[in-house]
Write a protein that binds this ligand. Structure first.
Ligand code: GLC
Length: 719
């Protein structure tokens, strides 16, 4: 039910004012910020001043002082005194930069994900932000795509749980509450499946696969009460998402009951034209408004053509009215009509020192996201007093915040600095620490100082190789066709192995890289992602055993880029490969590479050892699967016990396994716990031939284990 004051506001608005309310521009267009640091293609829009007075929202206008100034100016000129909505890309923290979301997915810690969002919300709110364009929950299977860093990975169940946790963390129970901001889930829908992993490339998945894999996490956001949904750049079944009525009104609003605001991604209304789905701006505006896009971001076809479309009878003004009402209702839910500045606070926003509580939280979130992929010859944990060699472009680098790390007020803690907090500086020797430039600058390798590094470090007790990719080569516009470390980084690792000392390779990346070429040369291998402000401290905590690594991969790591897409929840095919018969030709296989990834979804090691026993499935009115897990080591550790199921045969083919639950156990030395999962029919439902959610009786494999490849399994009939 629309509040009377909102209805009255709408009734008094001219059509042009309504269309301006549905338009979002960057601060540049108010003359506020001449550094047009945009997140998309820039163009002059030649907007008349009286229109600017009625624009509804601001893209990436941040900073308490800026927001207060712009909001004040706006309210002085806005005829109806409707406050501006300030929206920004707070993807993994605002001032305290937190681990990239792909790392947070690997923490498998939902409380941590909620905490992550709460911290980002508090800092963003103080900076005057009302809406964050997060969580990004596009399911991903192709690490060539730079934006895998922004999502929680390849699994619908994990993505859904992480997404709803973040929505809760951002929004709380009441948007008016201090330190809360509205969340905007994106990019609806299927943006994570570009062909070839090439940014903005064609997405073409069947409706069944879209529903089974790509939609669940967006729906989890809607069910968690997300305030806003952003439409994707790509087509969905050959119609751009930003003009796709079946997607936006059919699924999002009618099927799922979403009644919040929808916003087009940057310029994507206009991009219906190059897509070939609209002949001009007028048709683009007509299609997007008809499809259900409320706010047009960084293009002005609503403004330029909306009135004519109504006059020509091509567009029902009621569609514009309902969109304006949703925008006004969001402003009201945030309390902006009472307090248009909400939590903007220059004192907090411009504090000399970052918030100590948030800094500590960032350190813990980082440590829990690191994934230990290999640890042989007791290479880790390090011991204080060891002579430590440290080499590679990320040895002393502070450029480890990760992509989309907006404000960068405080430089990150480097790996060197983190280690030097643990052991005396004279015990640390560095070499070949020159940083890796960005491919955008045409830099594809580091200087070859390998021999110097070998000679300088060969007498150390242990050697750390800090390698990876430049953070600017990840995120939007960061697609790559090659995922190996650069030649000189690989050469460094192999030469360091010649020292005969243990080599610990630490990989800084925003995606799964191709690590097979350096795996044998590494006694230990740590996936460090980009962990944000506290990166070096988080890593040092793990390296010295002050935090026992508990991360589990949220995305498969391929043997080679030629294997992509490789993901755990695949269909079996009609000619499955049987590893018992490796010489058989006519099965699904490569001649030169395994089908399985190098490291699978859910994989990760610990300094503890965990023994699984007593797997049992009890059938009856309710079905339970249980297993006993014992920490057989002398140090407390965290284990993520994972539940998967397989529907063996159905009216449509089903994945060989699907995650349906996980439980993170913290087990003291030699402690044993029994974990039990209830298997409900809801878990077993799927989208049948006609895209309806159904259950079909049949045989099911119930599986529990430590990762998607190491599972106990039992087949049962469920009627
Ligand atoms: C960008 C991104 C989107 C972001 C938006 C606003 O192009 O695709 O994720 O939120 O523009 O910056």
């Amino acid at each position: 039910m629309t509040k009377p004051f909102i209805q009255e506001l709408l009734n008094e608005m001219t059509l042009e004012e309504k269309l301006a309310q549905l338009t979002q521009l960057g601060p540049y267009y108010w003359g506020l910020d001449d550094t047009v640091d945009l997140t998309g293609p820039f163009k002059e829009l030649n907007i008349k001043p009286h229109i600017m007075e009625n624009i509804g929202s601001v893209l990436n206008g941040t900073g308490a002082r800026n927001v207060i100034e712009l909001q004040t100016r706006h309210l002085q000129t806005s005829r109806q005194k409707i406050p501006l909505l300030f929206m920004a890309d707070v993807i993994h923290g605002y001032r305290t930069i937190l681990p990239i979301p792909l790392a947070m997915g690997s923490s498998f810690d939902l409380e941590a994900c909620e905490r992550f969002a709460e911290i980002a919300a508090k800092e963003s709110a103080a900076a005057g932000i009302h809406v964050t364009f997060s969580p990004m929950t596009d399911l991903v299977r192709d690490p060539r795509w730079g934006r895998v860093m922004e999502t929680s990975g390849e699994d619908p169940y994990l993505n859904a749980r992480v997404t709803e946790s973040m929505v809760r963390g951002y929004q709380g129970k009441d948007l008016k509450e201090k330190g809360r901001i509205a969340a905007c889930v994106k990019h609806f829908a299927g943006y994570g499946a570009p062909e070839g992993g090439r940014e903005y490339n064609t997405v073409d998945v069947s409706s069944g696969v879209l529903r089974e894999f790509y939609l669940p996490a967006y729906k989890a956001a809607v069910d968690a009460g997300v305030a806003m949904v952003m439409t994707a750049f790509n087509t969905v079944d050959r119609i751009p998402a930003t003009g796709n009525e079946q997607l936006l009104r059919g699924i999002l609003r009618e099927e799922w009951g979403f009644n919040g605001v929808t916003i087009a991604d940057f310029n994507s209304v206009n991009e219906l034209i190059p897509h070939g789905a609209a002949s001009d701006g007028s048709e683009a505006a007509e299609k997007s408004l008809t499809a259900g896009v409320d706010i047009e971001m960084m293009s002005t076809h609503y403004l330029n053509h909306g009135s004519d479309l109504v006059e020509q009878g091509k567009l029902n003004v009621a569609l514009i009215d309902e969109a304006v009402i949703r925008v006004l209702e969001l402003k009201d839910a945030l309390g902006l009509f009472e307090n248009p500045f909400k939590d903007a606070d220059p004192l907090v926003d411009e504090a000399a020192e970052p918030c100590a509580e948030h800094t500590q939280a960032a350190r813990e979130l980082g440590a829990s996201s690191v994934v230990l992929l290999k640890n042989e010859n007791e290479a880790l944990p390090l011991k204080k007093g060891m002579k430590i060699g440290l080499a590679g472009p990320f040895a002393t680098s502070v450029h480890v915040l990760g992509g989309w790390a907006g404000v960068e007020k405080d430089t990150a803690v480097s790996l060197y600095k983190g280690i030097s907090q643990k052991t005396s500086a004279e015990d640390i020797l560095t070499a070949m620490t020159g940083e890796l430039g960005s491919m955008l600058e045409g830099i594809f390798d580091v200087e070859d100082e390998v021999e110097e590094a070998f000679n300088r470090l060969k007498d150390c007790d242990v050697i750390l190789a800090a390698v990876g990719e430049n953070q600017q080569d990840t995120g939007e516009g960061g697609s790559k066709s090659n995922l190996r470390l650069s030649a000189n980084q690989e050469k460094l690792i192999w030469r360091l192995k010649d020292t005969g000392k243990k080599v610990i390779t630490i990989v800084f990346s925003g995606r799964p890289l191709e690590l097979k070429p350096i795996l044998e040369a590494s006694d230990a291998l740590l996936q460090a992602w980009f962990l944000g402000t506290e990166s070096g401290n988080s890593l040092a905590d793990v390296l010295f055993g002050d935090y026992n690594p508990s991360g589990r991969l949220s995305m498969s790591f391929p043997y080679t880029v030629g294997q992509i897409p490789v993901y755990y929840n695949a269909f079996q095919t009609g000619r499955p490969y049987d590893p018992q018969y490796p010489q058989v030709r006519y099965v699904t296989r490569y001649l030169d590479c395994p089908n399985d990834p190098l490291f699978c979804f859910g994989y990760g090691l610990s300094y503890s050892d965990f023994a699984y026993s007593g797997f049992a499935v009890e059938e009856g009115e309710r079905i339970h699967a249980s297993i006993s897990v014992e920490n057989t080591s002398d140090c407390t550790g965290k284990e993520t016990v994972q539940l998967y199921i397989r529907d063996v045969s159905a009216s449509v083919v089903r994945p060989v396994k699907e995650m349906k639950g996980f439980r993170q156990l913290s087990l003291a030395a030699h402690e044993k716990q029994v974990v039990s999962f209830e298997i409900t029919k809801d878990m077993l439902m799927f989208y049948g031939k006609d895209d309806q959610l159904i259950f079909e009786p049949g045989e099911f494999d119930i599986m529990i284990g430590r990762n998607s490849d190491d599972l106990f399994t039992e087949r049962i009939w469920i009627g």
